[in-house]
Write a new protein. Structure first.
Length: 191
């Protein structure tokens, strides 16, 4: 495994440590004072019920974890394909349907008049499409991942778990555990 991938793994392991420290703080009702600020938008936030705000705080932890995981997966895919196929990796390695969807998503965002989220096409793909890009280029990834079947299974599980997080629905205790196990599986896959 190259140094970039090792650094990414190190960074992701730090995220898991932070999650464990969050759990310690919650379980023992202590504040380890690891956060700089917990300021909320005082204009609108207080208008929501306390129950909803507490639910949002719990879900925020899962969102942060998945955000870091998804962003690192996007970076890993782009970096790996660029290293092996050069700067034109997007045009030569990505299946046509995914390229079309990304182009359409970029145009839709441009037409809406909002600030574009990115200049990188990969940032306009769905999580499921990321898995398709890897599967379409498996020889570029077989040294990075221990098994293609395991990769498919883990990406499927993560994609299913992503839906309630991305669409603001609470995770049950079982799904929180499943998310934690799936993230561990991801890192094991890269080991």
């Amino acid at each position: 495994m190259n140094i970039e991938n090792r650094l990414k793994l190190f960074g992701m392991s730090q995220i898991l440590v932070e999650s464990d420290l969050d759990r310690v703080e919650k379980d023992f009702a202590i504040d380890l004072q690891r956060t700089i600020s917990d300021e909320k938008d005082e204009t609108y936030y207080p208008q929501f019920t306390q129950i909803l705000r507490e639910e949002a705080a719990k879900m925020g932890e899962h969102y942060e974890l998945f955000y870091c995981l998804e962003r690192s997966i996007r970076s890993l895919i782009g970096d790996t394909l660029k290293a092996q196929h050069g700067d034109t990796w997007w045009s030569t390695c990505v299946p046509p349907a995914i390229k079309t969807n990304a182009t359409n998503n970029m145009q839709r965002e441009k037409d809406s008049g909002i600030t574009p989220r990115s200049v990188d096409e990969i940032d306009f793909t769905t999580f499921g499409e990321l898995g398709e890009i890897v599967r379409s280029n498996w020889p570029s990834f077989d040294a990075l991942f221990s098994s293609q079947k395991a990769f498919d299974k883990i990406m499927t599980n993560l994609n299913i778990l992503r839906a309630p997080i991305a669409h603001c629905c609470p995770l049950s205790a079982d799904e929180v555990l499943r998310l934690q196990l799936s993230v561990r599986d991801w890192f094991r896959l890269m080991g």
